[in-house]
Design a protein around this ligand. Structure first.
Ligand SMILES: *Cc1c(COP(=O)(O)O)cnc(C)c1O
Length: 214
C-alpha cells in the first residue's frame, strides 16, 4: 500500500472530531508531499532541525506539530511557525514559549504532557503538577494551553495501555472546557485503544510511512 492508501485507510476509521497527525520524522520530504497531495495538512516532527528544514522546503499551509521533547534553547527556531507543541513538560518550557511567542507577536498552542506510563524514562508531569501549571495560566498570555498529551507504556498488554489512557482521559474530562479541548493520545501501535479512551488527536508515523530506521 502507498502512503496515501494507508493514510486514507486510517482516516476512514476515525470518528468525527479525531484528528490525525501524520508523524513524518526521519522520512523524506517526498513522502510528506505524497500525503500533502492527497489533501493532508497535519504533520508531526520530533527534532527541531528537521522540522525547520522541512518547514522551509515544503508548502506553507502545512500545520506543523512538534511532538517530541523540546529543549528551551531551541524554542526560538520553531516559535515563528509551529502549529502545536504537544509535549510541554515544565514551567521553564512554558515560560520560554511565552517569551518567544511574544517576540513573534503570536500565540503558540500547546499541550501539557501527562506522565501515565510505568516506564521511568518517559517525560511528563503528574496530574498534580499539571494542575499547578494550569493555575498559573494567566502568566502566559501568548501560550494557549489547548489540552493534554500522553504516551502509554510500550507494551502488548492492551489492558494496561487502556488503563493508562483512561487515567489521562479522566483528567482531561475534569478540565475540559474553554480552551482545553484536545487530548493527544494514540500512536501506530495503540491508536484504536486511544480513540476508545477519548482521544481527539492521534499521532501516527510508521503505520503511514513505514518503519523507521534510525
Ligand atoms: C514517533 C512518535 C510517534 C509516532 O510513532 P509511531 O509508532 O511510528 O506511530 C508518536 N508520538 C511521539 C511523541 C513520537 O515520538
Amino acid at each position: 500500500m502507498s502512503v496515501t492508501q494507508r493514510l486514507t485507510a486510517i482516516k476512514a476509521q476515525l470518528p468525527d472530531g479525531v484528528e490525525l497527525v501524520a508523524v513524518s520524522k526521519t522520512k523524506p520530504e517526498s513522502d510528506i508531499m505524497e500525503a500533502y497531495e492527497s489533501g493532508h495538512r497535519h504533520f508531526g516532527e520530533n527534532k527541531v532541525q528537521d522540522l525547520t528544514a522541512k518547514y522551509e522546503h515544503l508548502p506553507k499551509d502545512i500545520c506543523w506539530h512538534f511532538i517530541g521533547h523540546l529543549q528551551t534553547n531551541k524554542v526560538k527556531y520553531i516559535a515563528p511557525f509551529v502549529h502545536l507543541v504537544h509535549a510541554v513538560d515544565s514551567e521553564k518550557l512554558l515560560r520560554t514559549l511565552q517569551k518567544e511567542a511574544a517576540k513573534n507577536n503570536r500565540i503558540i498552542n500547546c499541550l501539557i504532557q501527562a506522565k501515565v506510563a510505568k516506564e521511568e524514562s518517559k517525560f511528563g508531569l503528574s496530574f498534580d503538577d499539571i494542575e499547578i501549571l494550569l493555575a498559573k495560566r494567566d502568566e502566559f498570555p501568548n501560550v494557549r494551553i489547548s489540552g493534554f498529551m500522553a504516551m502509554a507504556t510500550n507494551t502488548n498488554d492492551e489492558e494496561e495501555v487502556s488503563k493508562e489512557f483512561a487515567a489521562v482521559n479522566n483528567f482531561f474530562q475534569k478540565h475540559k472546557g474553554g480552551e482545553i479541548r484536545e487530548l493527544s493520545i494514540g500512536m501506530s501501535g495503540d491508536w484504536p485503544v486511544a480513540v476508545e479512551q477519548g482521544s481527539t488527536m492521534i499521532r501516527v508515523g510508521s503505520s503511514i510511512f513505514g518503519a523507521r530506521n534510525y
